[in-house]
Design a protein around this ligand. Structure first.
Ligand SMILES: Nc1ncnc2c1ncn2[C@@H]1O[C@H](COP(=O)(O)OP(=O)(O)OP(=O)(O)O)[C@@H](O)[C@H]1O
Length: 346
């Protein structure tokens, strides 16, 4: 499992202090130091028990905001290649970016024109691996968003249709009724993503002008032909999560507030699943001592990711944090979440 602090808040205003520094810059850093900014909360700090909250967090890799998209991908390519090879051999994998609203998740995962992010770069790596394998591999793609606990097909976004997450012993978890298209090249996947992204639910919030209000899930299902005609079926889920947020920070009202509640609900469900998996939850959960029940059913997101998070699967978590001092609480919460998640063993 890899955890990365990737792209951070792009342009902290000059009066904001940086709350963290990757511990080294010349080589690949693996540690993030977070310093409690001095006068945060106007000096009213009495609620805290631990007065000195300067902390260091260790991950597989840590980057600051000056890193290029290509370098993020290349430095993490050993992990992502492991993910790709596993999927070709028939295991499941997922990769998602987690972090506060405006911290750079969409930038890191999807990218911007001319600077593709982890999703298009991983898809390119996947098709290179397929070509190199000289085996027949059929790739099927689904691209959906989960908005306010409603699943919508981004490739056929009709408001009338509410889709459901189903589980099937052969297919694993999937969105019933969503288009499942065979794709033969990275370009075909990029076309589908560009088409789907036009329909993603975004809006302006106090923290981000173009805030993703939904979780976008790209699922690629690979059928790799093995010797003797058998097939290895692996699945790769690449996800751009909506931002975790606090209503007071984002100054959200009405619909935005309701969205925020639903976003936080599924992120909480994801966090609870991760906690349970850390405690040894899994297929045998509940049957013996020490096995925690994994509450996949608590949200659409975790239901869909059930077979990519637990069991025979690899999870790559990218954690985005902002260097701005007014995001200190979010930064600490995000890093704690990632720190816990790195202990999952499935
Ligand atoms: N490393 C970076 N370099 C340059 N610009 C960046 C970087 N990271 C983020 N940005 C820019 O910062 C803004 C906010 O980033 P982004 O939309 O990716 O945040 P987010 O975490 O996905 O937010 P939300 O959860 O609200 O959707 C965007 O305009 C994005 O292009």
């Amino acid at each position: 499992m890899a955890h990365r602090h990737a792209a951070a808040h792009p342009d902290p205003s000059p009066d904001r202090q940086h709350t963290f520094v990757p511990a080294t810059t010349s080589t690949i850093a693996t540690q993030i130091n977070v310093n409690d900014p001095d006068d945060k909360m106007g000096g009213i700090d009495y609620l805290r028990l631990d007065k000195n909250r300067d902390k260091a967090y260790a991950f597989d890799l840590a980057f600051d905001e000056s890193i290029s998209q290509q370098d993020v991908y290349e430095k993490a390519s050993a992990t992502l290649r492991h993910v790709i090879d596993g999927v070709l051999r028939g295991t499941n994998a997922c990769c998602f970016a987690y972090g506060a609203t405006g911290s750079g998740k969409t930038y890191t995962m999807t990218g911007v024109p001319g600077q593709p992010g982890v999703i298009p770069l991983t898809v390119a790596g996947l098709f290179e691996a397929i070509d190199a394998s000289k085996t027949r591999v059929v790739v099927r793609l689904q691209y959906v968003e989960i908005y306010n606990e409603v699943v919508k097909d981004l490739l056929d976004p009709s408001d009338k249709i509410t889709l459901d997450v189903r589980e099937d012993p052969r297919q694993g978890t999937f969105v019933a009724g969503a288009a499942s298209l065979v794709v033969g090249s990275r370009e075909a996947v990029e076309d589908m993503l560009a088409r789907g992204n036009q329909f993603r639910t975004t809006s302006a919030t106090g923290c981000n002008e173009v805030s993703s209000r939904s979780h976008a899930v790209l699922q690629l299902r690979l059928e790799t032909e093995k010797e003797g005609g058998a097939k290895a079926i692996g699945k790769l889920a690449l996800i751009d999560l909506a931002g975790s947020e606090r209503a007071t920070k984002t100054d959200n009202r009405g619909q935005r507030l309701n969205e925020g509640a639903n976003i936080n609900r599924s992120l909480l469900a994801l966090a609870n699943c991760i906690n349970a998996l850390v405690q040894g939850g899994g297929p045998g959960a509940g049957r013996g001592r020490g096995h925690a029940h994994v509450p996949y059913r608590d949200s659409k997101l975790t239901r869909l990711l059930k077979d990519s998070l637990g069991g025979k699967s690899t999870t790559c978590i990218i954690t985005n944090v902002s260097p701005a001092s007014d995001q200190f609480e979010e930064t600490i919460n995000t890093l704690k979440y990632a720190n816990r998640a790195k202990n999952i063993k499935t």
